[in-house]
Design a protein around this ligand. Structure first.
Ligand SMILES: NC(=O)C1=CN([C@@H]2O[C@H](COP(=O)(O)OP(=O)(O)OC[C@H]3O[C@@H](n4cnc5c(N)ncnc54)[C@H](O)[C@@H]3O)[C@@H](O)[C@H]2O)[C@@H](O)CC1
Ligand SMILES: Nc1ncnc2c1ncn2[C@@H]1O[C@H](COP(=O)(O)OP(=O)(O)O)[C@@H](O)[C@H]1O
Length: 357
């Protein structure tokens, strides 16, 4: 077990050769955001650029892509195919008509701009060409309770040869879940790094439980990273949060071995494990306990992967510098007042601090 230190982080920072162009520093495919979580798509995309990625493409529903484009000119967007639903139709009606319908309309279930499972076909080339894929920040997966047979998704895709047959018999709810399931199948044999965050992790937990295969969980792509907070790890391992918090290193290791992945168990003193090596992060403070900071972290890890860092090194770089950015930001703004979006502006100072010490 090793505590991360400045010198180590400096040593593993990816080089920045002069003889370079944007693709030298990799392209991130960020599949993130949904109608209520557009901020997550923004934060996870910009943070990847802030740590040095050459190119970031945000793939999401058209409304998320439009919102992010309105906020920044720096992110390339790829609007994905959406499933037309009656609920979408409701929202496009004139307000007075909508109000008349409200008594019979469940606002909670308004599932607008759900990404269609066939959007995976739109992404197929990009999924193999990207230097790194990040999936899940704000990609809401729990909006619909409709049921959809996985075979229906399977049949709607063309006849790519898929492994992992036990996934075929599962029933998964519709909504972005259908899209995510199709995506997971598509990337199973990928060798470029894939980072799973937030709702992607909750979906993977659901699959593991549904298939009754907690001992032989679903197969993640070879070079994957998962970034659970304690509650998300609790769902993945089916272990109480209190137990996880009492033995953070132990459970991060268990998850790394079980899912054959690099695990970033977030929280004070984030634990990073690949099942053999374990790193503990000393940076960060309560300023980071604010909505959206996890999305910033995912983007930072993706940005370092894009520049060629190994998954474990990218995780160490992202976690350490994310915490350091929070420490510097708190000195200027107080631990009370730092916003996730402020953190983006303190990443440069964190990198400079590591470079100059
Ligand atoms: N601006 C945005 O668009 C934001 C989008 N976000 C996205 O929102 C989605 C859902 O995030 P939510 O925050 O609603 O759901 P979470 O899964 O983060 O939280 C759900 C439950 O987990 C518990 N929990 C969270 N962190 C914990 C910890 N460290 N220890 C113990 N229990 C913990 C919470 O108390 C809550 O009961 C994610 O996809 C995320 O990426 C959030 O990051 C917030 C900001
Ligand atoms: N008290 C704390 N000290 C240090 N880091 C913290 C603290 N609270 C939260 N963090 C960090 O902030 C981030 C929160 O991520 P997450 O829980 O996914 O939030 P969100 O989903 O709102 O973005 C993680 O990187 C976590 O390690």
């Amino acid at each position: 077990m090793q505590t991360l230190i400045h010198d180590y982080i400096k040593a593993i920072l990816p080089p920045r050769p002069n003889d370079s162009h944007k693709m030298t520093f990799g392209n991130v495919l960020n599949i993130a955001g949904s109608i209520n979580y557009r901020g997550a798509a923004y934060l996870s995309s910009i943070s990847a650029l802030r740590v040095g990625a050459g190119y970031v493409t945000l793939a999401s529903s058209p409304i998320v892509c439009d919102s992010v484009s309105a906020l920044t000119p720096n992110v390339v967007t790829l609007p994905l195919l959406i499933s037309p639903t009656e609920k979408d139709h409701i929202l496009t009606q004139p307000t007075d008509l909508l109000l008349k319908q409200l008594p019979s309309t469940n606002m909670q279930s308004m599932d607008v701009q759900t990404i269609d499972a066939k959007a995976v076909l739109q992404l197929r080339d990009k999924l193999t060409q990207a230097s790194v894929i990040s999936i899940g920040s704000g990609l809401s997966l729990g909006q619909s309770t409709d049921q959809l047979s996985v075979n229906a998704i399977h049949n709607s895709l063309d006849n790519k040869n898929h492994s992992n047959n036990h996934l075929n018999s599962l029933i998964v709810p519709e909504g972005n879940r259908g899209f995510f399931y199709a995506l997971l199948r598509e990337i199973q044999t990928n060798t470029n790094p894939v980072i799973f965050d937030a709702d992607a992790l909750n979906f993977i937990s659901g699959l593991s439980h549904a298939s009754g295969t907690m001992q032989t969980p679903i197969i993640l792509p070879k070079n994957s990273i998962i970034t659970p907070h304690p509650k998300e790890l609790s769902r993945l391992l089916n272990v109480d949060v209190s137990k996880i918090q009492a033995q953070r290193v132990y459970y991060a290791n268990i998850a790394a071995k079980q899912y054959k992945t690099v695990v970033v168990l977030k929280g004070q003193h984030t634990v990073i494990s690949d099942g053999e090596r374990v790193f503990i992060n000393p940076t960060g403070n309560s300023a980071l306990a604010k909505a959206g900071t996890g999305d910033v972290l995912t983007g930072m890890i993706a940005g370092f992967c894009a520049q060629g860092a190994s998954p474990i090194n990218a995780a160490c770089l992202g976690v350490y510098l994310h915490g350091l950015a929070g420490d510097i930001a708190a000195k200027d703004l107080s631990q009370y007042s730092v916003l996730a979006s402020d953190l983006l502006n303190y990443i440069p100072q964190a990198i400079l601090k590591v470079l100059t010490l």
